[in-house]
Design a protein around this ligand. Structure first.
Ligand code: SAH
Ligand code: CA
Length: 213
């Protein structure tokens, strides 16, 4: 999803860090073997996630929605040397694919995979986090706020992806479009939330950065 005219978008990508080799290979194999490859974060968004993580230097990262591991590897680039990234996906068929790429990276033994419904797994996690990336089932985004907030340290950052949903959140609602309705509700909730300060960046499909006060 590009909101910018193509030539401006191309220019922005060309003047951003190149995509690491391993992530290029991961992308190729995802397109060959896995359903719905458009869900991949991709080169530009991946570099944004990497940069944000490097600025935060988190000790512990939580990712909700691993898919083939692209965004996990980008976020891991910024974590501290003794840091850990926990990533959750409901689709068990992706587990071995993710693990192969994690093990080819510098972060293999710092990435812990969980398989199952993130809404059930997160309350059971004992750790607290400095950085959270929310990128799973859009219809449940509103439920993730209160699930994830108690697990976030003071000053921790929540990154929420696809918050513009192809621009549909800014249009009048269609009755049966539950994902758009959920995202509209989510955007309002994080905007109004007393424990969060947020800025919605119109990057790719919309990425909100929220900081826990
Ligand atoms: N973050 C990835 C893309 C994630 S796509 C990237 O940027 O490359 C969304 C993923 O969320 C899918 O793999 C899907 O299986 C997973 N998902 C959907 N509902 C979920 C749930 N309730 N709990 C955990 N994962 C879920
Ligand atoms: Ca996404």
């Amino acid at each position: 999803m590009h909101f910018l005219p193509d030539h401006i978008d191309d220019y922005a990508v060309k003047h951003s860090q190149p995509e690491p080799q391993l992530l290029q290979e991961l992308t190729r194999e995802t397109w060959q073997k896995v359903l719905a490859p458009v869900m991949l974060s991709g080169h530009y968004q991946g570099r944004v996630l990497s940069m944000i993580s490097k600025l935060i230097r988190p000790l512990r990262i939580l990712e909700i929605g691993t898919y083939t591991g692209y965004s996990a590897l980008c976020l891991a680039e910024g974590m501290q040397a003794e840091g850990t990234l926990y990533t959750i996906d409901i689709n068990e068929e992706l587990y071995d694919f993710q693990r192969r790429y994690f093990d080819c990276s510098d972060f293999g033994n710092q990435i812990i995979q969980h398989t199952g419904n993130a809404l059930e797994i997160i309350p059971k996690l004992e750790e607290t986090f400095d950085l959270v990336f929310l990128d799973a089932d859009k219809s449940n985004y509103p439920k993730y706020i209160e699930t994830v907030l108690p697990k976030m340290n003071k000053g921790a950052v929540l990154l929420s992806d696809n918050v513009l949903w192809y621009g549909k959140v800014a249009e009048a609602s269609k009755e049966k479009d539950t994902d758009t309705a959920a995202l509209k509700q989510y955007n309002k909730m994080i905007h109004d939330h007393p424990q969060l300060e947020s800025v919605l960046l119109p990057i790719r499909d919309g990425l909100t950065i929220s900081r826990k006060i």
